[in-house]
Design a protein. Sequence first.
Lengths: 197, 72
Amino acid sequence: MSRALKLFVVDTGPLITLAAAESLDYLLCVEVDVVIPDAVLYEAAHDASRLGAQEIMDWVKAHRAHVEIAPTKTYEIFDAARATIPNLREPELGERAAVEVIEEPGRLEGDERGLLLCEETTVLKRVVVRDRDRIVELSTLDFLTILEAERRIQSADQVFAAAARAGRSASRVRKVDGHDAATRAAIASLVKRRDGE
Amino acid sequence: MDDADRQALRDFSAGRMTALELRRRLNGATFGDVLILLGAEDLPLPRASTVGREARIERARAWMFPKNVARS
């Protein structure tokens, strides 16, 4: 995995919107390496009963060659704490991990450039983007609109409409968080795989 | 969900509140929960205005599709 353009998915919004619309593959319509911080993946997929969660985990596993789950200290500390406090909730876990990944020295080398895909400008306000010439932030809709302009997808609006439909039809009954441990183990194995390469 | 929560959902849908603020207000709801609540209230997903960001989006497009942009 070493393409010149990196797509950092810095919050759960884009993943869940695209998963709900069954359109996660659109992230791979471009020649990019997709980078997802481990805590963002955890927040999006830790409860398999949540909208889009299972689809996201399946998609990440199916596209490991071009999707990096970036390890962070933020998630490592949270995961370790969960051993003694199983019901621990960490507000803004994903956002803090994303900031850590974006600010990591050496993330972009040589001529590499980065797109930050997010719904939250609040995440970006916390980031000291060192090189504005090499990093651009985009919303999910911006990203889809570019794909539509390039005729890679039929319609950005259709994707948003499909996500909204999925929201309307999804069960509003919360199920028990029964898959958390399995998801944490899956994330750990995905991160280890990348480390081992 | 009370009236204040519904107003928060409407504010989010209209782009007046961020998802993070909304999720905090809804006791740590996930973005998936937000999609479901929007659906229940028949509200659309927010659409950020591109005004003032046109150059940035065009730059991203050029990075994503360099050959196509060079041709046009």
